[in-house]
Ligand binder design. Structure first.
Ligand SMILES: O[C@H]1[C@H](O)[C@@H](O)[C@H](O)[C@@H](O)[C@H]1O
Ligand SMILES: [Fe+2]
Ligand SMILES: [Fe+2]
Length: 315
């Protein structure tokens, strides 16, 4: 079967449709299940978002555009290598609160993401829209449904009980620190205000890293992705490695959309990337004003949470 995957080549300008052929069978390769085809004709990506623009258009003029650009200005100035190192240590202790996955979903009821040009609905809507869209096309991959539900739960860092981190430290696209900021990063010009941009140790193609070192060894901007990855891993989820990879790198658009920083990946990263590319279509294009009936789908997701997570997690 053939599905269409959109890919923007390095430099982000030339957007081309690339065809990826995916086999019918689930093959276990080094612990990673290979992607198989969607159960129907595949997800039809809409061309315009709820505001009448193309998806991820960071320049289309609107009031929202200004909010998003201001978000990226602050994000690019303040996310430095040292900042991320400190946050990883602080939040890696997971000593803030104990709660279940579903309790966390409910906390996200009030959270609106200021970095997103395509969505201004409460986050819980987005979680369910993503999960349900995946479930429709991949009914047998229950782990991927749950990954959809939880992938953005790290946005709980915005909540006052987590120290109420500012938006620039929680949401938005992610990118590596410790090496040059690639041109494909949204609103790249604001990096001039970041001290790392002027640090010769950090501003070459590889910076402090070596080719093929593996993403595990790369410091990525602090936010909801890395935090939720830590929470899931440290609380001993039984979700497969591909799920953890999706959670950790789903905002790394410069890599999975634009092909930047591929020189830092190792073989295992390349394997997991196949699933992330599938996931990304649902994460991005399911954003809409269509509401999901939470109570109707809740029992199904509760059963998945029980299957893959302990009843209470440390956050
Ligand atoms: O604005 C969005 C939003 O914050 C998403 O949760 C994140 O994953 C995307 O990468 C970002 O562009
Ligand atoms: Fe996200
Ligand atoms: Fe998302």
């Amino acid at each position: 079967m053939t599905i269409l995957i959109e890919q923007i080549e390095n430099g982000a300008q030339a957007e081309e449709q690339k065809t990826l052929t995916i086999t019918n069978d689930l093959v276990l390769d080094g612990g990673f299940a290979e992607p198989k085809e969607a159960s129907n004709d595949g997800f039809l990506a809409p061309e315009i978002n709820a505001f009448g623009h193309s998806f991820r258009d960071y320049d289309a003029e609107s009031q929202r555009q200004k909010t998003v650009e201001e978000f990226y200005r602050l994000n690019h100035i303040h996310q430095t290598y040292d900042f991320v190192k400190r946050k990883r240590e602080e939040y890696g202790k997971l000593d803030k609160i104990e709660m279940s996955i579903w309790e966390c979903c409910e906390l996200l009821n009030d959270v609106i993401d200021e970095s997103d040009p395509d969505l201004d609905e409460p986050q819980i809507e987005h979680l369910l829209q993503t999960a349900e869209a995946i479930r429709k096309d991949y009914p047998d991959e229950d782990w991927l449904h749950l990954t959809g539900l939880i992938h953005d739960l790290g946005k709980v860092l915005l909540h006052p009980s987590f120290g109420g981190l500012p938006q620039w430290a929680v949401v938005g696209d992610t990118h590596p620190l410790g090496c040059a900021f690639d041109e494909s990063i949204v609103h790249h010009k604001y990096f001039e205000g970041n001290p790392d941009y002027h640090n010769p140790a950090y501003n070459t193609k590889c910076g402090i890293y070596s080719e093929g070192c593996g993403l595990d060894n790369v410091m990525i901007t602090w936010g909801h992705d890395d935090y939720m990855y830590l929470v899931a891993k440290e609380n001993k989820t039984t979700l497969p490695p591909a799920a953890l990879f999706i959670i950790r790198y789903h905002s790394f658009y410069p890599l999975h959309r634009c092909g930047a920083y591929t020189h830092l990946m190792n073989e295992q990263d390349k394997e997991s990337m196949k699933w992330l590319k599938i996931f990304n279509k649902y994460d991005l294009y399911s954003k809409s004003k269509v509401r999901i009936d939470v109570e109707e789908v809740k029992p199904y997701y509760m059963s998945l949470i029980e299957k893959y997570f302990p009843a209470k997690l440390r956050w």
